[in-house]
Design a protein around this ligand. Structure first.
Ligand code: HEC
Length: 276
């Protein structure tokens, strides 16, 4: 009886999560920081920073990130002089002098300059690209939350709007964005959407070849999307490397401890064994 109930519950959950999945199209990008041994790629973070600076910062802020963090090990690791020069490129409002001044490494990035553009500091952790754990191949268990995959897919997800949509429908059609408006003309009678995604208020920000990289890395749309998503994963979890390392050290420590306990146990009981 109990078994049957849990099975029914699992099936119900899997049905709903499968429906949620089909509402948006998320691509599974391969990031260097995935898996227990993964780490941020410093060059990729620097490229992502450049894309953020030259494109996204026109509308989006990063108000939880301090400029000096760009210098931190495990992050973009800009040299100290470049970090200083980068900060000085921003103007911030200083309440103590009631005026604008050039930022210093101790300041934080400005907030969003466009009112309806959300701050991106924690965006990679605020959105999930994959859903699960049931019914969708245990997606989140194996692939993670998919925050950076979601952001990269959003960048590459702009497509020609389906023909059913009225020309003047607000926003741009994006197959990865599930939370936007959706024209009634593109719904089935039961309300289901005929096409994945929805209409987003952000115009397509990246087309490929938007920035040039000093390291000669490809700047096609796919790579730019990946780089800016990796950078936003770092802003959301700058200590990811330290966390993984601490976890790994813990596991190794526990393995050694287990072996020692096993040997101690054997030794302690040895004199009492094989005694009639
Ligand atoms: C011209 C202004 C503008 C630029 C430039 C811009 N965005 Fe946006 N962005 C917006 C607006 C407005 C929204 C809110 C869209 C909505 O909710 O419909 C948004 C939303 C987002 C979201 C949140 C989507 C969600 O799930 O709610 C992400 C992520 C994002 N932008 C990333 C970026 C990245 C990365 C760049 C740079 C490559 C960028 N944006 C450039 C205006 C902009």
């Amino acid at each position: 009886m109990f078994r049957k109930l849990t099975l029914a519950a699992v099936l119900a959950v899997s049905a709903t999560s499968a429906a949620a999945e089909s509402a948006a199209h998320i691509e599974d990008f391969d990031f260097s920081f995935e898996g227990p041994f993964g780490s941020f790629d410093q060059n990729q973070l620097q490229r992502g920073l450049k894309i953020y600076t030259e494109v996204c910062s026109a509308c989006h802020g990063l108000e939880l990130v301090a400029f000096r963090n760009l210098h931190d090990e495990g992050g973009p690791s800009l040299p100290a002089d470049q970090t200083l020069a980068y900060a000085e490129g921003f103007e911030i409002y200083d309440e103590s002098i009631e005026d604008y001044r050039a930022a210093t490494p101790a300041d934080k990035f400005p907030g969003s300059s466009l009112e309806n553009a959300p701050d991106l500091s924690l965006m990679a952790k605020a959105r999930a690209g994959f859903h699960g754990p049931y019914g969708t191949g245990l997606n989140q268990l194996f692939k993670g939350m998919g925050g950076p995959e979601y952001i990269a897919s959003l960048m590459t997800g702009y497509e020609e709007a389906p023909e059913c949509a009225p020309e003047d429908f607000d926003g741009q059609y994006n197959v990865a964005f599930a939370a936007g408006g959706y024209p009634d003309e593109c719904k089935y009678e039961n309300g289901d959407h005929k096409y994945p995604g929805s209409w987003i208020a952000m115009g397509q920000p990246l087309y490929g070849e938007d920035v040039d990289f000093d390291d000669g890395h490809s700047n096609d749309l796919h790579h730019e999307a990946e780089d800016v998503a990796a950078f936003l994963m770092w802003t959301a979890e700058p200590k990811m490397m330290a966390r993984k390392q601490a976890g790994l050290t813990g596991v190794i420590f526990l393995i050694i401890l287990s072996v020692l306990l096993y040997l101690t146990n054997k030794r302690l009981w040895a004199p009492h064994k094989n005694k009639d």
